[in-house]
Design a protein around this ligand. Structure first.
Ligand code: PRP
Ligand code: HPA
Length: 182
């Protein structure tokens, strides 16, 4: 039985040189093999987001934006608990209808992110969630997409922050993470 977040951290496995040389890959999926660990992590994530909203004067978060693919593991749960809608930001070519796109650079390559143009409304308050902050390229692309739609990112939330990669420096909105690796 997992009771605290430090025990959750111990479940994250590290793989040198994956998916390419020089990258120390942190794998979150062992957490999903352990229901009490997953429960602990999700509770921490929800509590942190609620605390943030309260600290900002009990603001209402309108939308949780989850980033393809591992942000989808956390976004809908967080959205439910915040009574917000969930909206995906996806790798290009996966979303039907009218979309907007943004090209970005991440820790291991270049990619294009896309969001449905009608999924977020002007002036809405958005929380972006992803499993991990590395160089910040992915989340920065999502921040850009949200602001192109006239909405405001109030918080970027991550399960893991790789602090040495300084992804924080690329982001505009406040950043909260549950676990950090140097
Ligand atoms: C990983 C991770 C983040 C991003 C972080 O996703 O889940 O989304 O990279 O890197 P960055 O801060 O340097 O941009 P990846 O692109 O590997 O896609 P996946 O979730 O589809 O596996
Ligand atoms: N783990 C998982 N996803 C990632 C990583 C990592 O270390 N770096 C960039 N994306």
């Amino acid at each position: 039985e997992i009771r605290d977040i430090e025990q959750v951290k111990e479940l994250i496995k590290s793989y040198p040189d994956f998916p390419s040389e020089g990258v120390l890959f942190r794998d979150i999926f062992p957490i999903f093999q352990n229901p009490s660990a997953l429960d602990c992590l999700l509770n921490n994530l929800v509590e942190q987001a609620l605390e943030f909203a309260k600290k900002q004067g009990s603001i209402k978060i309108d939308a949780v934006v989850g980033l393809d693919a591992r942000g989808f593991l956390f976004g809908p749960t967080l959205a439910l608990k915040l009574q917000a809608k969930f909206v995906p930001v996806r790798k290009v070519g996966k979303l039907p209808g009218q979309t907007i796109k943004f090209t970005y650079v991440k820790e291991y390559g270049q990619d294009v992110m896309e969001i449905q143009a009608d999924a977020i409304l002007k002036d809405e308050k958005v929380l972006i969630v992803d499993d991990l902050l590395a160089t910040g390229g992915t989340c920065s692309a999502a921040e850009n997409l949200v602001s192109q739609l006239g909405a405001t990112v109030v918080l970027n939330q991550f399960v893991i922050e790789l602090s040495d990669l300084k992804g924080r420096d690329l982001l505009t909105a406040p950043i909260y993470s549950i676990l950090s690796f140097g």
